[in-house]
Design a protein around this ligand. Structure first.
Ligand SMILES: [Zn+2]
Ligand SMILES: [Zn+2]
Length: 128
């Protein structure tokens, strides 16, 4: 689909199945552009689930739905959001995850809302 904004990539990576594919330009170099690269797949890695089922179950039980202030969307409508993003070293553990519905997940990423866990409850606060 082409390039996407880094924050969009972080949001998608928060709660996704990730497959790493290694590619190379074709041997003759023909068609190798950054706009629409023609590539040769070299290897396709095993899909790695970012949030394992037992942690997802515990997360949904703890949060009972989207934790964004005023939102009442149920657990089945939520994604798991990494409070410290996993590319930044954030772990896929209950104390680094929060349930957010899709619109609020997008909003947290794109507007910089802050999240922390206080007394076992995820607290979502507006950007400074
Ligand atoms: Zn996220
Ligand atoms: Zn929500």
């Amino acid at each position: 689909m082409g390039p996407i904004h880094p924050e969009t990539a972080r949001r998608i990576a928060c709660d996704a199945v990730r497959t790493v594919m290694t590619v190379a330009p074709p041997a003759d170099g023909a068609g190798w552009t950054t706009i629409r690269p023609r590539v040769m797949p070299l290897s396709v890695g095993r899909a790695a689930r970012i949030i394992p089922p037992h942690i997802r179950t515990a997360l949904r039980l703890r949060d009972q739905g989207c934790r964004f202030p005023g939102c009442d969307r149920p657990p089945g409508w939520t994604d798991g959001h990494h409070i410290v993003h996993w590319p930044d070293g954030g772990r896929t553990e209950l104390d680094n995850l929060v349930s957010l519905c899709r619109p609020h997940h997008r909003r947290v990423h794109e507007q910089g809302w802050r999240i922390h866990i206080a007394d076992g409850i995820a607290v979502v606060e507006p950007p400074p």
